[in-house]
Design a protein around this ligand. Structure first.
Ligand SMILES: *Cc1c(COP(=O)(O)O)cnc(C)c1O
Length: 370
């Protein structure tokens, strides 16, 4: 058995020879970017695959989040979660908006809808929830609260590629949803991202904003950014899309093996997937709780010693980073569930090509520590 480290994820890639014909087309056409043919094809293919109306492709999800906020002219305060990747809150600072952190729901570590209303002030303009680990937020309740108070909702759906509830794609909720196609995500284009939007007019504004604000050769409508996905990334995405269902099925098998092996261990907590959702098995978080022989960092170190590069997603909390911790809403006492999650969580390796023997080795390292 190889002694190469096992990382929390490993990007799925198509056979290289299948990518060559796409590259030949690019070399022939000399169209490298600015909404070329592959860009257009991938937008259409993703709309069909995901079951959404309009999509605008981006260089990455961080620029897409910033553009989403700009597109909806969000100002003032935005209610969001401290339990996420730091780019969620960074997008708010980049647009001059004040993040207001609230605690998370202990069942899924998504923003707790019970905490939203108390955090609303006259300055609140929007909510930015995260479908953490690809588990859907309580989208219906968030919608009701947003409607009652006249707030926009922008989902950071970086983890939620392909996730559905009984009514279809989870990406159709809220005013906008943002996907990430980073190398570590379920669907990757090396780097990439997208905004899902419900209407053609909003998509058009977003398309202008991701191209410096240009509407035509001589008209600039806003201080837009350069967020366009290149033809290289878009072509790769078209190829990746062919294998995505298979890749997610393989993740599902790994998820099932972890659940069967770790579900009964005292002191190891698992998050349950939601009942009605088509899941994407993006992450496999475990919670190392009192009752287990090691604490979280003890088990984390044990895995590392054996070359298992699990990750503590999400530790530290965003609200603990220096640019956030002075905010009133970052006070530790206000975020007890998020804080406990950040102290207990380890995300175990999960990716389509994870060999069964390696997974069994990971399970054995945990079981034998118990
Ligand atoms: C990965 C990630 C991002 C950032 O995505 P990029 O495409 O790398 O910019 C934002 N939010 C969350 C929750 C993420 O996991």
């Amino acid at each position: 058995m190889s002694n190469k480290p096992i990382y929390v994820t490993q990007p799925a890639l198509p056979p290289l020879e299948e990518f060559i014909p796409y590259l030949e087309q690019i070399w022939d056409s000399k169209v490298l970017t600015n909404g070329g043919p592959f860009h257009q094809q991938l937008e259409q293919a993703l709309c069909e695959h995901l079951g959404v109306k309009h999509i605008s492709l981006f260089t990455n999800a961080t620029i897409a989040l910033i553009t989403a906020l700009q597109a909806l002219r969000i100002t003032g305060e935005v209610i969001t979660t401290p339990y996420s990747f730091v780019a969620t809150a960074h997008s708010l600072l980049w647009t001059g908006v004040k993040p207001v952190f609230i605690d998370v729901d202990p069942r899924n570590f998504n923003l707790d809808p019970d905490c939203i209303e108390a955090a609303i002030t006259p300055h609140t303009t929007a909510i930015m929830p995260v479908h953490c680990y690809g588990h859907p937020c309580d989208v219906e309740r968030i919608e009701r609260i947003a409607d009652t108070y006249g707030l926009k909702v922008i989902y950071d759906a970086a983890h939620a590629f392909g996730v559905r509830n009984a009514r279809g794609s989870i990406l159709n909720y809220g005013d906008l949803s943002v996907l990430s196609f980073h190398a570590t995500k379920v669907f990757n284009t090396f780097e990439g991202g997208a905004i899902i939007c419900p209407d053609a007019k909003t998509k058009q504004r977003i398309d202008h904003l991701k191209n410096f604000g240009f509407v035509d050769e001589v008209t600039v409508i806003a201080p837009g950014i350069n967020g366009k996905m290149s033809e290289f990334n878009a072509a790769l995405g078209l190829l990746q899309l062919k294998d995505i269902d298979n890749a997610i099925a393989r993740r599902q098998a790994i998820d099932a093996r972890y659940r069967a092996a770790l579900g009964g261990i005292t002191g190891i907590g698992l998050l349950s997937g939601s009942d009605d959702a088509v899941a994407n098995y993006a992450y496999f978080p475990i919670l190392v709780q009192p009752g287990f022989a090691l604490n979280r960092d003890g088990l984390f170190a044990r895995l590392r010693e054996h070359g298992i590069m699990a990750r503590r997603y999400f530790y530290p909390l965003i609200s603990d980073f220096p640019m956030y911790r002075g905010l009133p809403s970052a006070a530790p006492a206000l975020l007890p569930t998020a804080r406990q999650a950040a102290q207990q969580v380890i995300c175990l390796p999960i990716y389509p090509d994870l060999p069964v023997e390696q997974q069994e080795r990971i399970i054995e390292l945990i079981v034998s520590a118990a």
